[in-house]
Design a protein around this ligand. Structure first.
Ligand code: IMP
Ligand code: MG
Length: 179
């Protein structure tokens, strides 16, 4: 296991190992298996960061699950809110369905808030949020947190799907930036 990773100007040190990540996913998957039984849920994986989490999570879901993969495109909004994000890639009709968002990390919650607002317009029965990581101290939006695998301080991290400037998604462990 590599203990430090250097990407561009930054050095990262091992922070959360694969075993800890997998045990945390075991716990939320057990909750999901209880809650989602018979609901025919549609899981929505938010690319790119969530690909590894989605893979490990879905292997633990026992109901025959449907999955969709979306991306969020950022553009500068005309309003003062600044950076607006639009969901694209969702072809499924989610009317009256239980949808479960699979996200890598919730930081300020801006992304998740925008995502939920856009999905809500399509009249689902319910929207559940699962995230591998949550930075509680950075959260400034009131977003539902149905399934949170790990809570972490507000340091910048990479690995297990998360990147720094496009790099570092490939590591099975999570690393945090060295100050
Ligand atoms: P939010 O909109 O502030 O909640 O930020 C969410 C998005 O920012 C995530 O989907 C990630 O793409 C990115 N992000 C937040 N924190 C980190 C981090 O520590 N490492 C890598 N990406 C991060
Ligand atoms: Mg993300």
């Amino acid at each position: 296991m590599t203990k430090t990773v250097k990407i561009k100007d930054k050095e990262f040190e091992l922070f959360i190992n694969q075993k800890t990540i997998e045990e945390a996913i075991d716990r939320i998957a057990a909750d999901m298996n209880k809650d989602l039984e018979g609901k025919n849920p549609l899981f929505i994986c938010v690319l790119n960061g969530s690909f590894m989490f989605a893979s490990d999570l879905m292997k633990r879901i026992h109901t025959p699950a449907e999955m969709s993969f979306v991306k969020l495109s950022s553009y500068e909004g005309l309003a003062s809110s600044g950076n607006v994000k639009e969901v694209f890639g969702l072809k499924e009709d989610i009317t009256d369905r239980t949808v479960v968002i699979i996200e890598d990390i919730i930081d300020t919650g801006n992304t998740m808030k925008a995502m939920i607002e856009q999905l809500a317009k399509r009249n689902p029965k319910e929207i559940l949020v699962s995230t591998l990581l949550l930075k509680p101290d950075a959260l400034v939006n009131d977003v539902p947190l149905d399934y949170v695998a790990l809570r972490i301080p507000s340091d910048f991290i990479i690995g297990y799907g998360l990147d720094y400037d496009g790099r570092g998604r490939n590591y099975p462990d999570i690393y945090k930036v060295k100050n």
